[in-house]
Design a protein. Structure first.
Length: 303
């Protein structure tokens, strides 16, 4: 462990002792969340992240995925360029060089309040749980509409398999049901991750911003973006400097198609009637345009 990492851990411990955000209070927040009907959430304080990638390792272990090498030598190669999540990596940590120096950012599914992926799925293979988790079911038909509907590019499809799945972070749904912290939160050595009800982690995020003028930008990413999310971020620099989009807006993605979807029942009802009317009009037009033929009568005539 280098001097910078050591000092950062020590500084975090002191800060945690004074703000009540060390491990035990975080665990109590997680326990409280399982007893309420509020959305669950994780606050990611990027000023505390040291890029150790233990969250990646823990995530892989609990989900039965290939466990990454988090040695210093491996990290140098990993941080060479930004990464995206994959079918075998639900969590990735990236390094960004910013106006305030190096910042590490762990990234995973945002678990949107109104997820575009869930709204777009025609067979309800993706589900938004009452606690806020967005999870995947095996009745997926592989249409991949969820992938193009996600503003954060999180659902990943297992190409090349006969029976393919959509893979992404599920906010440790099974652990949540047991009242246990998400694996990434549990192993973080600097308390850069904090879990609890979305309301409480937002309150903590706003408290940190107010208590430390100049340390954070006055915004929590995920509070309002695309209608809000359960994964929330604090940053010392504008979020576009650490890999986040600036063009998302605050409207939930399902709202963009709401007008069309509301019109579907009317379209389904009126379309047959309209086609019948068109058909009748065409038939009438054809009948009018056809020339009348004289009837021929057979019989004898006088000369």
């Amino acid at each position: 462990m280098d001097r910078r990492t050591f000092l950062k851990i020590i500084g975090t411990g002191v800060a945690g002792a004074t703000t009540g955000s060390l491990l035990m209070p975080v665990q109590s927040l997680a326990g409280e969340s399982t007893k309420t009907k509020e959305f669950y959430g994780i606050l990611v304080d990027t000023t505390r992240c040291i890029g150790c990638r233990r969250c990646e390792q823990a995530c892989a272990e609990v989900n039965g995925l290939p466990v990454p090498d988090i040695s210093e030598a491996a990290n140098k190669q990993v941080f060479a360029s930004p990464r995206r999540t994959t079918v075998t990596e639900y969590t990735v940590t990236n390094r960004y060089e910013t106006e305030k120096g190096t910042i590490f950012v762990p990234q995973r599914c945002m678990h949107c309040n109104q997820p575009g992926c869930v709204a777009s799925c025609p067979v309800k293979a993706l589900e938004k749980k009452r606690a806020g988790h967005v999870i995947w079911h095996s009745n997926c038909i592989g249409c991949r509409l969820c992938m193009v509907s996600c503003p954060f590019d999180m659902p990943k499809f297992e190409y090349g398999r006969a029976v393919s799945n959509i893979q992404k972070c599920n906010l440790c749904w099974d652990r949540y049901k047991q009242g246990v912290l998400p694996a990434c939160v549990e192993v973080c050595p600097t308390q850069a991750l904090m879990a609890g009800t979305r309301r409480l982690v937002l309150e903590e995020g706003n408290r940190r911003i107010a208590a430390n003028p100049g340390q954070y930008v006055d915004h929590i990413f995920g509070e309002y973006e695309v209608g809000g999310a359960s994964h929330l971020y604090l940053s010392a620099v504008p979020f576009d400097q650490i890999g986040f989009r600036k063009d998302l807006g605050t409207i939930p993605y399902p709202e963009y198609s709401a007008g069309y979807l509301r019109a579907v029942p009317f379209i389904a009802t009126l379309t047959p009637l309209f086609l019948l009317a068109v058909n009748a009009a065409l038939k009438k037009g054809i009948e009018k345009s056809e020339p009348k033929t004289e009837e021929k009568h057979s019989g004898t005539g006088k000369h």
